[in-house]
Design a protein around this ligand. Structure first.
Ligand code: FAD
Length: 528
């Protein structure tokens, strides 16, 4: 994961790759792992930072999707339940088995959810995380003491998986690199290259840091750009039909006092038919989400006023203490890359979440839709498709039972550094071996200097935002504190990357501007 070294190798050797993957979100990184572990020479190019787009802004659930079961999408639920089980096994340092409580009101609710969740258990087969069960109102309140007693007559407890999305991506990328893949952030694909017969055989990309252009030859080019898929399809065939309909989902992050304990809440049907989750995550509580159709994709979408209102009001209906804007530590919005429906007017929540692969006449392979939970299976399907279309020999997947970088089983979830897995010891060694590295930058997040240096040296972090948003999840956990520590973090990065004062100033300015969008109110309102 050392950017200069990888760029130098690409520039020096005019190699041909078996796979060029465009996009460094969940979809692209999954494909890079799948192809590199099968021995394919792979290059992954990401325009901004890995997971900067949707893949850092998920609800952080590895789930079959109870809602999709209600919609009768049995195939998708079964596939996702299997993948959930595999990921929990393959990356125990980044995932956990999470208990959810559904508050039920009346016997009809109770029967519906008890039977529905039994089905959910059955679909997971041998990879089930444990049986769901009906619990009395008293027991449900013991698990979630902050839930209003009057909203329920009983409850159902079920299990799903939870994870850290961006940390998962970093470790999957490290595994890919360990298997020979070349991965680059801040490398934007500008153009597709073609053979004399018009078949796609490479890309032109630009190093966004220097403006230098490179050409890379590839036998198969994969469009894994999520909500931006149509822009690459346009490069292939101008005027192509729109394939993606972005749907925005917003989350707010609250203090743990709103949901003390280990249990999460799942409200399967809010007033407007949406699902709402409140899930403990890294010592805070993530509450969301919404489902708002959007016309255009954006790399950093912003929560709409009505979305914030919906989440806070709905949470307030179920929690004893209703959260206010001033309680929000961070707010983030992401765009689901849903397949555009053939008929106009379909509601986004009715569009299937299953993935589809499109192959153009010139052999551009595009992944449409999907979920974080199924990113491994999506990659398996993509390789199978390429091998079939290109008439290559069939290879077999090695990722079903694969220990992802950092793999460690004896994890203490109360340790703020548990997500590093086996890398934690290396970071602590760095903190011991170099002077000042053990200095705490923030006690409340918490954040140590050695983590910042590690992110730059080992995880390809290039900017203040890369470090504070995605290598360490500070911005998502406490936007205000992240803004406060930005200057110190930037000076550490600048020293590592040998950047000057102008760069530092510009970094702090642009990070602060971006991070202010993660705030829900002005600082003076919080103090009042
Ligand atoms: C609110 C919300 C909650 C969700 N919650 C869950 C959940 O709990 N569990 C779950 O399983 N799934 C969840 N999902 C779905 C999941 O997050 C997405 O399906 C997944 O992250 C999409 O990944 P992607 O790689 O396809 O797209 P992205 O993450 O958008 O990645 C695409 C990348 O392509 C890059 N790119 C674009 N153009 C170019 C170019 N020209 N050159 C190079 N790179 C380019 C972009 O910069 C971007 O980084 C959620 C989604 C949302 C929106």
């Amino acid at each position: 994961m050392q950017r200069e070294k990888i760029l130098q190798q690409i520039g020096q050797f005019n190699d041909e790759y078996d796979f060029i993957v465009i996009g460094g979100g969940a979809t692209g990184i999954g494909i890079a792992l799948e192809t590199s572990t099968r021995g394919y020479k792979t290059l992954l190019l990401e325009k901004t930072d890995f997971t900067k787009s949707t893949s850092s802004k998920s609800t952080k659930l590895l789930h079959g999707g109870v809602r999709y079961l209600a919609q009768g999408d049995i195939g998708l639920v079964r596939e996702a339940c299997m993948e959930r089980g595999r990921l929990l096994r393959n990356a125990p340092h980044l995932t956990k088995n999470q208990d959810f409580v559904i508050p039920t009101f009346g016997w009809f609710d109770e029967v519906k959810y008890t039977i529905g969740l039994k089905m959910y258990d059955i679909l997971a087969g041998s990879l089930s995380l444990g049986a769901s069960r009906r619990v009395s109102k008293k027991k449900a309140l013991e698990k979630i003491p902050t839930m209003k007693p009057e909203i329920m007559t009983a409850g159902v407890v079920y299990k799903d998986g939870q994870f850290d999305d961006s940390r998962m991506a970093v470790n999957v990328l490290q595994s890919s690199v360990e298997n020979g893949a070349y991965v680059l952030n801040y490398a934007a694909v500008k153009q597709l290259k073609r053979s004399q017969q018009g078949m796609i055989n490479g890309v032109v990309f630009e190093d966004e840091e220097t403006g230098t252009e490179y050409t890379a030859k590839g036998k198969a080019v994969i469009n894994a750009t999520g909500v931006f898929a149509d822009s690459i399809l346009q490069m292939d065939k101008p005027g192509s039909r729109k394939t993606i309909r972005p749907s925005q989902g917003v989350h707010v992050v609250l203090n743990k006092s709103f949901l003390p304990g280990d249990h999460a809440i799942m409200i399967p049907e809010t007033d407007d038919g949406r699902v709402l989750f409140a899930v403990p995550w890294h010592g805070k509580v993530v509450v969301g989400t919404t489902d708002t159709p959007m016309d255009k994709p954006a790399i950093e979408p912003v929560a709409l006023e009505e979305e914030i209102k919906f989440i806070l009001e709905t949470a307030g209906k179920y929690l004893v203490k209703a959260p206010k804007r001033t309680d929000v530590l961070s707010i983030f919005a992401g765009l689901r890359p849903l397949a555009a429906p053939k008929e106009d007017g379909s509601k986004t929540k009715e569009i299937s979440r299953s993935h589809k692969i499109a192959v153009s006449d010139s052999h551009l392979f595009t992944m449409i839709g999907g979920k974080w939970t199924t990113f491994r299976k999506m990659a398996e399907d993509m390789v199978a498709k390429v091998e079939k279309v290109k008439n290559w020999n069939k290879t077999h997947s090695k990722t079903r039972n694969f220990q992802i970088h950092g793999y460690k089983t004896d994890i203490d979830l109360n340790d703020p550094m548990y997500v590093y897995g086996t890398d934690k010891e290396k970071i602590l060694e760095l903190a011991r071996s170099e002077s000042g590295m053990d200095q705490m930058i923030s006690e409340s997040l918490p954040l140590m200097k050695a983590q910042v240096v590690w992110a730059v040296r080992q995880e390809m972090a290039r900017t203040t935002e890369d470090v504070l948003s995605r290598r360490i999840r500070c911005l998502f956990l406490d936007a205000r504190e992240s803004i406060r520590v930005a200057a110190v973090v930037t000076s550490i990065i600048a020293k590592e990357l040998q950047r000057d004062k102008d760069w530092e100033e510009q970094q702090v300015k642009s990070f602060t501007k971006m991070a202010e969008k993660y705030l829900c109110c002005k600082p003076e309102e919080v103090q009042n």
